[in-house]
Design a protein around this ligand. Structure first.
Ligand code: ZN
Length: 216
């Protein structure tokens, strides 16, 4: 995911355009064009955020104060980054990676992930007074976890193969996105407060995890 920098993150500089977007979160509003992004307005978003899905779909989260025009301009400005993500997605679809685990071992891990990861996520959420709207355990190819603007957290089943303190870092990272959807210094401060060993965990993921997986 990519977030807007100045001037796009200056609240109050853009005039909202009532009527051009449905204000309900999760409402799709495709606009013609080569990037063909989908704009999703969300009141909790603090910036424009671009995500490229595995199928190449571009989604731009529009903050309450934002406009489709600015969102479109931001997407155009980030075209090179978007194209790179799309190429990566395409490559991923064309070249399936060899499974590192035997099928029965993977099945066992995935069953354990479904039992343990949502429970641990909700436990950590309760500790931090946060409410998760939905948890899914997924087989993501690029991500350890993700948090959508509507509070739906997805976690990669492979997290059960990681040490508990590393797994907890990823879960806390996603939980803190319920407070902030960006990766600003303020976001990292929240992570550091909730998970003091987060830097070690990030290093661990970089050195022990697949290099294609990121925490988004
Ligand atoms: Zn993140």
């Amino acid at each position: 995911m990519l977030q807007s920098a100045l001037p796009f993150d200056e609240p109050g500089t853009a005039n909202p355009e009532p009527g051009t977007l449905n204000p309900e979160p999760g409402t799709l509003n495709p606009v013609p064009g080569t990037l063909n992004p989908i704009f999703v307005r969300h009141p909790r978003a603090r910036r424009y955020v671009i995500r490229v899905a595995d199928d190449g779909t571009v989604r731009v989260t529009v903050p309450r104060w934002g406009s489709t025009r600015e969102a479109q301009a931001f997407a155009e400005q980030q075209r090179a980054w978007i194209e790179k993500q799309r190429r990566r997605a395409e490559q991923d679809r064309l070249e399936p990676r060899p499974a590192p685990l035997a099928p029965d071992v993977e099945r066992a891990f995935r069953a354990r992930a479904s039992r343990e990861l949502p429970a641990r996520l909700l436990e950590l959420a309760a500790q931090h007074g946060l409410t998760v709207s939905r948890v899914s355990v997924r087989n993501q190819r690029w991500r350890w976890g993700s948090c959508s603007p509507n509070g739906h957290i997805c976690v990669n089943w492979r997290l059960v193969t990681m040490p508990e303190w590393v797994r907890d870092y990823v879960l806390i990272h996603e939980l803190m996105h319920l407070k902030r959807l960006d990766h600003s210094p303020k976001f990292w401060k929240l992570v550091a407060q909730a998970c003091p060993a987060f830097q070690d965990a990030r290093r661990y993921l970089r050195s022990h995890g697949s290099n294609t997986l990121v925490v988004s």
